[in-house]
Design a protein around this ligand. Structure first.
Ligand SMILES: Nc1nc2c(ncn2[C@@H]2O[C@H](COP(=O)(O)OP(=O)(O)OP(=O)(O)O)[C@@H](O)[C@H]2O)c(=O)[nH]1
Ligand SMILES: [Mg+2]
Length: 204
């Protein structure tokens, strides 16, 4: 909140003026079916914008649904949601599509993003490497979050870090994409990394 001189009082008194929260764009990324749309939906304070299309029988043969048999749709463009963290900060969340053939959209979704959350499913680590690699090469601050499907994580975090070649300075956490508090904690980790990067950039 800031105070401005009130013209009706000769400029001597002050009137509080609400400042809008600072908008911050974060990208929720990851391979096919890791829980990106679920994550955005769990925390968004508006009804999230989704672009879900039914998974056809043809695509079901291409995309691995073994571990998510209940999954009937896939994101074909993006997810969008937002959450006000406090009166000074509002996060705008952009979820990527997960299928390889929509990978060309990631660059556009990344424009202006301050950081990213890369979601990983430890049952399909092979499908998760590309997203980590993408963020490494983009040089955008990010954290990796293992979605604990049904509360289970198949590998311990050291193994996941090794398998996905995640650098030591990149936070690696476990979260539940369906739980608001868990998603919020994961996003706060991304904010911390982004803030640390920003501070390092202005340090003398
Ligand atoms: N049991 C369980 N199911 C989950 C969890 N997170 C997501 N799901 C389910 O897993 C499936 C995939 O979730 P989505 O959020 O659509 O995954 P996505 O990453 O957006 O998928 P794409 O956009 O197709 O790449 C859905 O059927 C969800 O209901 C979880 O933590 N536990
Ligand atoms: Mg999705």
């Amino acid at each position: 909140m800031v105070f401005v001189p009130s013209p009706t009082h000769g400029g001597h008194s002050v009137t509080p003026v609400e400042q809008p929260p600072t908008p911050v764009k974060l990208v929720i990324a990851g391979g096919f079916g890791v829980g990106k749309t679920t994550t955005v939906g769990s925390i968004s304070e508006i009804r999230p914008l989704t672009t879900e299309a039914a998974i056809t029988e043809v695509a079901a043969g291409v995309d691995d649904l073994t571990h998510t048999p209940g999954k009937t749709t896939t994101t074909v463009a993006m997810d969008f949601g937002c959450i006000t963290i406090d009166p000074t900060l509002k996060l705008y969340l952009f979820g990527t599509p997960g299928q390889d053939r929509f990978g060309f959209m990631w660059d556009d979704l990344m424009a202006g993003a301050l950081g990213g959350l890369v979601i990983v499913d430890t049952r399909r680590l092979d499908d998760c490497y590309a997203a980590v690699d993408y963020f490494e090469h983009k040089d955008v601050p990010f954290a990796v979050a293992v979605n604990a499907f049904d509360g289970e994580v198949e590998h311990d975090l050291d193994e996941v870090r090794w398998a996905l070649d995640i650098a030591e300075h990149v936070p690696l956490i476990v979260f539940d994409a369906r739980n608001t508090g868990s998603v919020r904690d994961a996003l706060l980790v991304v904010l911390e990394v982004a803030l640390a990067r920003a501070e390092a950039a202005v340090a003398p």
